[in-house]
Design a protein around this ligand. Structure first.
Ligand SMILES: Cc1cc2nc3c(=O)[nH]c(=O)nc-3n(C[C@H](O)[C@H](O)[C@H](O)COP(=O)(O)OP(=O)(O)OC[C@H]3O[C@@H](n4cnc5c(N)ncnc54)[C@H](O)[C@@H]3O)c2cc1C
Length: 418
């Protein structure tokens, strides 16, 4: 019979708690440490606007949402996919439903009831929690935590690190682990904003009159440096100095990569995505009468308010007064962005512990016995439930790795492993 081992999980977010649950279920003693006074603060915030926990689209499409890391994450997500995650949620006494967009939500759209039931189940299973303990140092089998003025060193047979990315740092995940891990030779890519807004330079007039206005029912088109065209419809918000909101978040990886490479990113905005350029041109060619230009624009193609203001902002006089070029601009209005919004305001982060730093079970190759999970790994995904699914799934995979590691080392004294 295998003897009980002690496993420490650092980070009480969804990834850490999922790892804790699976390791505890395998019969090991699990202690969870977190810098904050309570668990899953970001998860709870995600529940405020309607918690989107996963997505119901076919798996082959689902896994592609992790961009160039799809193949890597497949080993985790294929074992704990959207259906498995939904079953797990149902096991916590929480029903789920699929929204019209295919996104999956808990029945009441909230995170708190799910978290309450989960924490209760974890405590009943014997998982111990040490809150207000910030990890400040580590080596292969010991961890140093700061708790107020006290410093404590604790030892473990295996460790799971699940300290998140660096968005919304006031909720706990501030990316400070990058220094700790780099000091012990773990290679990470710098954390950057993902699912975030972008800066542009609007005129005084646009800023004063339209900052905060929603741009509804629009389309974006972005051409990657490899010539691939990415197109999507949705809505976003014109901010004082750029754009925010779901549609621009969906393009954030492409725009960020372009800004990193060339210093700017260009998007084409389709102001009337449900009409073809020909249909728009036909309407623009109808008699203008003595209407002012704005009345003519509204009467002919229904453009007014912030959408019309975007046309004035991004077109010159000749373009506006020639029906052909006006129709073309309405379908493909070029907007440039020069800077990514700060990571503190982003929904998630890109970058983190590199694939090359971990083995197939997410164990750090330079520190055997220490595993990583969740957003602190180097992957990113758009919103739509893909973020949480990968956090849960990598938590599960790291837990499997821990159990495998503990079994393979169970006859070897810890000292000789160090
Ligand atoms: C506003 C908002 C809305 C979101 N909505 C959704 C959504 O609807 N669907 C979706 O899929 N995703 C959503 N997300 C993203 C999702 O919440 C995160 O991807 C997910 O919480 C990451 O989980 P994690 O366990 O990897 O890290 P985290 O949830 O960030 O947890 C990491 C934990 O580690 C702790 N920690 C960090 N450093 C230390 C340290 N040095 N010592 C000890 N503890 C430490 C932190 O206190 C924290 O508790 C949203 C995010 C935000 C900000």
């Amino acid at each position: 019979m295998q003897t009980q081992k002690t496993v420490i999980v650092v980070g009480a977010g969804p990834a850490g708690l999922m790892a804790a649950e699976a390791i505890c279920a395998a019969g090991h003693k699990v202690e969870v440490y977190d810098a904050k006074p309570s668990a899953c603060r970001k998860f709870l915030l995600a529940g405020v606007g309607g918690m989107n926990i996963t997505h119901s689209e076919p798996y082959d499409d689902f896994i592609q949402r992790y961009y160039d890391k799809a193949q890597w994450l497949d080993s985790a997500v294929s074992q704990f996919n959207a259906d498995a995650l939904r079953q797990w949620i149902h096991g916590l006494g929480i029903e789920t439903f699929v929204g019209s967009s295919g996104r999956v939500f808990p029945a009441d759209m909230k995170a708190a009831p799910l978290l309450r039931n989960w924490l209760k189940r974890l405590r009943e299973a014997g998982v111990l929690f040490h809150m207000k303990h910030r990890l400040i140092n580590l080596d292969q089998h010991s961890l140093e935590f700061e708790n107020g003025d006290c410093k404590t060193v604790v030892q473990a047979d295996a460790i799971v690190l699940a300290m998140g990315g660096a968005s919304w740092p006031k909720l706990g995940s501030d990316g400070a682990w990058q220094k700790i891990l780099s000091a012990v030779g773990v290679f990470s890519h710098p954390l950057q904003s993902a699912n975030c807004g972008f800066y542009s330079q609007w005129s005084e007039h646009l800023q004063q009159q339209y900052a905060g206005s929603p741009l509804k029912n629009i389309g974006f088109c972005f051409t990657t440096s490899q010539g691939q065209q990415i197109q999507r419809k949705g809505e976003c918000i014109l901010s004082r100095d750029g754009m925010e909101g779901s549609l621009i978040y969906a393009f954030s990886k492409y725009l960020r990569d372009a800004i990193n490479q060339t210093g700017q990113a260009k998007l084409l905005i389709d102001l009337l995505p449900n009409h073809t350029e020909q249909q728009i041109l036909k309407k623009l060619q109808l008699k203008r009468d003595k209407d002012s230009f704005s009345k003519y624009l509204k009467r002919s193609v229904g453009l007014s308010g912030v959408k019309a203001a975007m046309l004035y902002e991004c077109c010159n006089k000749e373009q506006l007064h020639n029906p052909q070029s006006l129709a073309a601009s309405i379908k493909a209005l070029p907007v440039s962005f020069h800077k990514v919004n700060p990571i503190e305001e982003a929904i998630s982060s890109a970058g983190g512990v590199c694939q090359s730093s971990v083995d197939k079970h997410l164990m750090l190759t330079v520190l055997p016995g220490i595993f990583c999970a969740g957003e602190m790994l180097d992957w990113e995904a758009p919103t739509g439930g893909y973020l949480l699914t990968a956090c849960f799934a990598t938590g599960r995979l790291a837990a499997q790795g821990v159990c495998h590691y503990l079994q393979s080392t169970s006859n070897i004294p810890v000292q000789s492993l160090i």
